[in-house]
Design a protein around this ligand. Sequence first.
Ligand code: UDP
Length: 239
Amino acid sequence: MKKYFEKLYKEGKDNFYDLVKEKLSKKEKMFIVTANPETFTYGENDKEFNKLLVDKETTLIPDGIGIVKAANILKYNIKERITGIDLANELMDICNINKYKVALIGAKEEVINALRKVIKDKYPGIDLVATENGYVEDKDSFFDKIKNKDIDVCLVALGIPNQEKLIYKHLKKFKKGVFVGVGGSFDVMSGTKKRAPKIFQKLNLEWLYRIVCEPKRIGRFWNNNVKFIFKVKKISKKR
Ligand code: UDP
């Protein structure tokens, strides 16, 4: 677990966005994993997932408040959260300004259709090269389709761990591009689902809002977040 915390990006949102912009302008490659307690727990229990987390090409950012709190308990100085949804929106702005090429895969067919329309209206500068919903059986062919298209940004919204595993499986085929697994972000970006109100975001209670809206999340929350904090406290006592 320690190795994941050490690898976490610690310099805050603005510096991270600058780093992403630099990678894009230099036409370099970047694989970003937005980390939640679930991410680290997955890594500990799944060899393939661990491998992609520790790979030197992977950048881990502190998405969830659970990760920031745990990092503080373990005395790692993490400035702030960098959420997947904020990063996705920031990337859309950057791509709009620079007329970058974007590929999107994930979410339901009606969600990705709505998102295509949002991008056309709100980000006319974006060159939307390819989109696919996240429920097609063969998701590999999407990457084969885009591999020679000079993609700048590829967002994959399938949920953990499938989005990260899929990106990692195809990453070697690309010479450049920023690749991110963005969970439920397409649902929000397309206007299909509402993000937690600002006050919840400010108080770091987005997780509570999501549970209230979707009570079936409670089991997932308990298994990944509550157990995780207990485990972190145990580790901190041993240090
Ligand atoms: N999803 C998908 N294909 C699947 C399963 C899920 O495209 O086979 C999408 C789902 O529609 C949603 C996203 O993956 O848009 C996962 O969202 P969730 O809110 O569970 O992710 P989180 O943000 O909590 O990681």
